[in-house]
Design a protein around this ligand. Structure first.
Ligand SMILES: NC(=O)c1ccc[n+]([C@@H]2O[C@H](COP(=O)([O-])OP(=O)(O)OC[C@H]3O[C@@H](n4cnc5c(N)ncnc54)[C@H](O)[C@@H]3O)[C@@H](O)[C@H]2O)c1
Length: 268
């Protein structure tokens, strides 16, 4: 996803992808993008598997200005010294802690504070959704407090044969769940508490909010505040979009790559 997105930017050039696997995921990227190996061991196994490896992570770092690291949790933090030594700028994913980069990012909320920085962290999908929706209400001076319940998916679709929960719902044992404090790393002024649980599904998350507003406001005022923000899309049950699965089908029908929904869907 990230490589495809970079390749579409007119002001960016994709140097390549570094990974450690030899499976279908990297095979589908081979031939489209130059491949690099993140470790010496991986370089051997990738070459043995017939993958066209262009070099090591250090070779990639030598040609790149910016690294977007989308590896599993803690890998980026471990690789940080290699990135710093190469003098590249860094964009990490939300699996790393805020402290790793000292800056957490949601484009529409705090773009300015990322300018000139060497590192930032793009927060998770759940946190991004919170910041977009509550940030829009805050920008309209409507939001006093938010208390939210997050029903998360159990696992990624591509990993669902490996495990994941079935026929149950698993609450997080801690309140607040980590998404609330995470959203406050982007919008420190938010008064919010989140509770989260994992459902037995693999696609999309579902949030429920109880909001206290700063003043009495009409339904139209609230909708207008959400409409003014980018990347919030309204969906309607009257259109047959009655559950999470139908939003996925809609994205597929609209021809969105991988059926992705880039917006937060809000039931109007
Ligand atoms: N998938 C999501 O919806 C989602 C949402 C929010 C945050 N995140 C975060 O984004 C990150 C990536 O998520 P994902 O689901 O794509 O993970 P993933 O497990 O599919 O891994 C992403 C890629 O990193 C590669 N990789 C693994 N170890 C590596 C290493 N040592 N060096 C280089 N490459 C390595 C994998 O082979 C894979 O191609 C995670 O940290 C996750 O917490 C993911």
């Amino acid at each position: 996803r990230v490589a495809d997105a970079v390749a579409l930017q007119p002001d960016m050039e994709l140097v390549g992808i570094a990974d450690i696997v030899t499976d279908w995921r990297i095979q589908s990227a081979a031939g489209r993008f130059p491949l690099f190996a993140s470790t010496d061991e991986a370089q051997q196994t990738m070459l043995q598997a017939g993958l066209p490896v262009a070099g090591s992570l250090e070779d990639l770092l030598g040609q790149a200005d910016v690294i977007a690291d989308t590896t599993p949790k803690h890998v980026a933090a471990e690789n940080l010294p290699r990135y710093r030594a190469a003098g590249v700028k860094l964009v990490l994913q939300g699996g790393e802690s805020h402290e790793t980069t000292g800056h957490s990012f949601v484009a529409q909320a705090n773009y300015e504070s990322a300018l000139g920085r060497d590192m930032t962290r793009v927060v998770s999908c759940n946190t991004t959704s919170i910041v977009r929706v509550l940030g829009a209400l805050q920008d309209a001076d409507l939001l006093a407090k938010a208390r939210g319940v997050l029903i998360r998916r159990a696992t990624d679709p591509w990993e669902s044969h490996l495990g994941g929960i079935m026929n149950t719902m698993v609450p997080e044992s801690k309140i607040p769940s980590h998404q609330g404090p995470d959203a406050q790393t982007v919008l420190p002024g938010l008064d919010l508490v989140t509770i989260a649980a994992k459902g037995a599904h693999t696609q999309t998350h579902n949030h429920y909010w109880t909001l206290q507003l700063t003043r009495p406001a009409s339904r139209e005022e609230v909708l207008a505040a959400l409409r003014a923000a980018p990347r919030i899309a309204f969906i309607r049950m009257a259109d047959g979009l009655v559950a999470l699965n139908s939003t996925i089908e809609l994205m597929n029908d609209l021809g969105r790559p991988r059926g992705d929904m880039w917006e937060v869907a809000v039931w109007e």
